[in-house]
Write a protein that binds this ligand. Structure first.
Ligand code: PMP
Length: 416
């Protein structure tokens, strides 16, 4: 299976896409790099790298407060990214888009600024057994502080959320439901529209952790009707250190600030402070200007890929081929086989530790992730301490999948 065949079958032109990512064109340990760690972070197209450099070379200035030309240019570029994000997730207004340092900070913002104000003793927060630690620990901490109860929706053997169990554990005391849109460890695409509906019917608000979703599926926050949506730029071909929190205006306005200082204020006296309007109320201090500006180029790159269904369908071809090839390897078990999943495969191999597999693949130039993937409770659910995880992106090819599967087979034959 060559890249040419892929190009004919798919609307995605992989060769052209790959040529935009300089990092992919290199040898690692003497072999052509195969980068299968996209769920941890994606690589960056040249336009993103150039945007960072252009900002520092041409118009580095602090934003919002300056009247000079460079400050105005930087402010306009920063605010332009906000508009692109609004369009990308179909938020009804740009003010509902808050820049943070990443998904983790976005969730902490909601847990602290919403949870601290609106949770009371005896209230409940519901998460799922699929969550990343970033969507567990902030809720644990705020529940402890507010004497609220943290409940967990169980996961079935295939790696799906048990919706019936969710309907049973949600009560009129449930104030917040926080689940991921797509699981980072298993790739499960969760029925988030239904989860939002069930939660709203019960009077709870919903935060969706979209860290793994934005690069693979269409995000329409109005259609989803979620109250908050959190994601990171670095998993979406953008720079590290930038994230987004989308929130419905009414909720954002009702919340207390998360962090305080410059920019988030309207007026300060020693007696009292009044707060800025959203989104600035939640963007205290000098933000990550350069990376927010460069993130715009990443978003434009993704929008330029065209229909997300074509992206998903191309990645599903990689997923299906890899799944089939891995199942031929004796002693290999795939963890998480939900019907709806993105191109992420977690697996274990009898008699071989996941760390050793990861190191042996690295020796062959193949980058995969090993360990618990910041989902220790999920690993416990499956009675394991970790997996090998391969996660594909739009620039990966069937040829790479084939080299990976052959390499893994050789490792198993040699070492097991
Ligand atoms: N949630 C999920 C589902 C994730 O995959 C990740 C990153 N692995 C996070 C949250 C945290 O994202 P970040 O480290 O970018 O804040």
């Amino acid at each position: 299976m060559t890249q040419i065949v892929e190009n004919i079958e798919s609307k995605i032109n992989v060769s052209t896409i790959r040529s935009k990512f300089p990092v992919l064109d290199q040898k690692v340990n003497g072999k052509k790099l195969i980068y299968f760690d996209n769920a941890a972070t994606t690589q960056k197209p040249e336009v993103v790298i150039n945007a960072l450099s252009d900002y520092y070379r041409q118009y580095n200035a602090n934003i919002h407060r300056g009247l000079h030309t460079l400050a105005e240019r930087a402010t306009a570029a920063y605010e332009d990214t906000r508009k692109t994000v609004q369009q990308f997730i179909n938020a009804s207004e740009a003010e509902e888009v808050i820049f943070t340092s990443g998904t983790t900070e976005s969730i902490n913002l909601v847990a602290n600024a919403y949870g601290r104000k609106f949770l009371h003793p005896g209230d409940e927060v519901i998460i799922s057994g699929l969550e990343h630690h970033s969507n567990i620990v902030p809720w644990q901490l705020i529940c402890q502080e507010k004497s609220a109860l943290l409940k967990v929706i169980p996961i079935d053997a295939k790696g799906d959320i048990d919706l019936e169990a969710f309907k049973k554990i949600i009560t009129d005391k449930t104030k917040i439901v926080a689940v991921n849109h797509i699981s980072n460890s298993l790739g499960t695409i969760n029925p988030v529209r239904e989860i939002v509906q069930i939660a709203h019917d019960s009077g709870a608000i919903v935060l969706l952790d979209g860290a793994q979703a934005t690069a693979h599926v269409d995000i329409d926050v109005q259609e989803l009707d979620c109250d908050f949506y959190a994601f990171s730029a670095h998993k979406l071909y953008g720079p590290t250190g930038v994230g987004v929190l989308y929130g419905k205006r009414k909720l954002l306005e009702s919340m207390n600030p998360f962090q305080s200082g410059g920019e988030m204020i309207k007026e300060v006296t020693f007696e009292k402070t009044t707060f800025n309007d959203i989104p600035y109320k939640f963007e205290a201090g000098t933000p990550n200007i350069a990376d927010v500006i460069a993130f715009n180029e990443a978003l434009k790159f993704v929008i330029g890929l065209g229909n997300k269904e074509d992206v998903l369908s191309y990645e599903q071809t990689l997923l299906n081929e890899a799944t089939e090839r891995l199942k031929e390897i004796p002693g290999l078990t795939i963890i998480g086989e939900a019907d709806q999943k993105i191109a992420v495969i977690s697996f274990i191999i009898e008699g071989l530790h996941h760390f050793d597999i990861g190191m042996m693949l690295d020796a062959k130039g193949i980058a995969v992730r090993t360990g618990h993937h910041c989902t220790q409770p999920l690993m416990n659910r499956f009675g394991i301490d970790g997996t090998v995880r391969v996660s594909f992106s739009i620039y990966n090819t069937l040829e790479e999948v084939s080299i990976f599967a052959d390499s893994l087979k050789q490792i198993v034959e040699k070492w097991r």
